[in-house]
Ligand binder design. Structure first.
Ligand SMILES: *Cc1c(COP(=O)(O)O)cnc(C)c1O
Length: 358
C-alpha cells in the first residue's frame, strides 16, 4: 500500500465536504479551486479609512470565482449521469464549465451573446474543447435558449440557476471567516446575474448559524450604471458597460440579491464605467492587483458610497471580492494600460538614458 498524502489544495468539495450537498456518489472533482489569497490593501484601504482586504478570486484555476460553483455543478452532473453540460455566459462561466467538463470527461456547450465576450475567456472555452455557439442576442436571450435546450435534451444546465452552483460559491464566505477568524463588517462585490451575492449571503449565514462567526457582514453590491436593473427596479433591455462580466439586464438571481441586501442591511448601488476604469487602473498601479474591469466594480462602489457618506467605513473590516483575473480581457488592458506607441530604440545605454530622461 502506498501512503496517501493529502494534496495542499484539495479543492472546495473535499475541504468543505460537510457544508455542501455531497453524497457518496458525488465524484471528488477538483482542479485545485478555492483557498484563494486574502490580501490586505496598502493604499485604497487607507484612502477609505478602513481595514480593507481583497479576496483574489482571479487565482482560481480558470481565473475567476466561477470555478467554485462549477466544480460542484459538474460533479453533480456526473452524479446525475449527464453526458454533457450547457451554459449561457458572458465568458467566465463558459471558461469554467469547459474546464471542469474536460476534467470530468463530459462534453460542454456554451452559448454566448454575439460580440460581448472578452478575448481571453473565448480562447479558454475553445482551448478546453467546448462547442461554442454565438447567438445574435443578449446574455439574457442566451439564458432563455439554454433553459429551452434543457427542457428538450438530457443536458445538465450549469448556469447559476443550477442550485449547486450557488452551493459551491458559498465556500468563498467560509474561507473569509476561516482566515479572518470571524466575518468582516462589510463585503463588497460586483453584481451581474446576482448569483454570487446570493451565495455569499447564504455562506455567511450558514457559518454564523453554525457558530463559526460572531456576526454576518453587511453586503455592498454594485452594478454598472448602464446595466443596473436592481438599482432601477426593472430589467434593462440593452445593457451597456465596459465591464462585460456584469453586462446583464435581467439577473436570474434577482430575488436572492434583494433578500441578501435587505437581510444584511446592505446596499445595492450603481457606478459609472469611468469609476470602474479608475478603480481598474488604481488596483493595478497602487495595489499590484491586475483584475478584469468587472472585478474593479467593488472598489469603485466602495469609493462612491464613502464619498456620498452612505456608509461609515472608518475603522471597519471590509472585504472586497476581486472576481476575475486581468488577463481575461486583454483588449481592455491594452486600451487602459499600454501607451499608444512602443517604438524600439537603439540598443545602447545612452539611448535608454535619453529615452528615460536620466
Ligand atoms: C460572473 C462574474 C461577475 C458577476 O457575478 P454574478 O454572480 O453573475 O453576479 C462578476 N465578475 C466576474 C469576473 C464574473 O465572472
Amino acid at each position: 500500500m502506498t501512503t496517501v498524502i493529502p494534496p495542499p489544495h484539495p479543492g472546495v468539495l473535499v475541504r468543505y465536504r460537510r457544508m455542501l450537498p455531497i453524497t457518496e456518489d458525488t465524484p471528488a472533482l477538483t482542479l485545485g479551486e478555492g483557498d484563494t489569497p486574502l490580501v490586505q490593501s496598502v493604499a485604497i484601504g487607507r484612502e477609505l479609512g478602513c481595514r480593507l482586504y481583497f479576496k483574489l478570486e482571479g487565482c482560481n484555476p480558470t481565473g475567476s470565482f466561477k470555478d467554485r460553483g462549477m466544480v460542484m455543478a459538474v460533479a453533480k452532473a456526473v452524479e446525475a449521469g449527464n453526458r454533457a453540460v450547457v451554459c449561457a455566459s458572458t465568458g467566465n462561466t463558459a471558461a469554467s464549465a469547459a474546464a471542469y467538463a474536460a476534467r470530468a470527461g463530459l462534453e460542454s456547450l456554451v452559448v454566448l451573446p454575439e460580440g460581448g465576450i472578452a478575448a481571453g475567456k473565448l480562447a479558454q472555452a475553445f482551448a478546453y474543447g467546448a462547442r461554442v455557439i454565438s447567438v445574435r442576442g443578449s446574455f439574457d436571450t442566451c439564458l432563455r435558449l439554454v433553459r429551452e435546450l434543457g427542457q428538450h435534451h438530457p443536458v445538465g444546465i450549469v448556469n447559476s440557476i443550477n442550485p449547486f452552483r450557488l452551493e459551491g460559491q458559498k465556500t468563498a464566505a467560509f474561507e473569509i471567516c476561516d482566515v479572518l477568524g470571524d466575518a468582516p463588517d462589510f463585503l463588497a462585490l460586483p453584481i451581474g446575474n446576482a448569483g454570487n451575492i446570493t451565495a455569499y449571503w447564504r455562506g455567511f449565514r450558514q457559518y454564523y448559524e453554525q457558530g463559526g462567526a460572531s456576526q454576518t457582514p453587511r453586503l455592498l453590491g454594485f452594478q454598472a450604471e448602464g446595466a443596473a436593473p436592481l438599482v432601477l427596479g426593472r430589467p434593462v433591455a440593452e445593457p451597456r458597460t465596459v465591464a462585460s462580466a456584469i453586462k446583464i439586464g435581467d439577473p436570474a438571481s434577482r430575488d436572492g440579491a434583494l433578500r441578501a441586501r435587505d437581510e444584511s442591511e446592505g446596499i445595492i448601488a450603481a457606478v459609472s464605467d469611468d469609476e470602474i476604469l479608475a478603480a481598474y487602473r488604481d488596483l493595478a498601479r497602487q495595489e499590484g492587483l491586475f483584475v478584469e474591469p468587472a472585478s474593479a466594480t467593488g472598489v469603485a462602489g466602495l469609493r462612491r458610497l464613502h464619498r456620498e457618506q452612505r456608509v461609515a467605513l472608518q475603522g471597519k473590516t471590509v472585504v472586497c471580492v476581486l472576481t476575475g483575473n486581468g488577463l481575461k480581457d486583454p483588449d481592455c488592458a491594452v486600451r487602459e494600460h499600454t501607451p499608444a506607441s512602443l517604438s524600439p530604440i537603439e540598443p545602447t545605454l545612452a539611448a535608454i538614458e535619453a529615452h528615460l530622461g536620466w
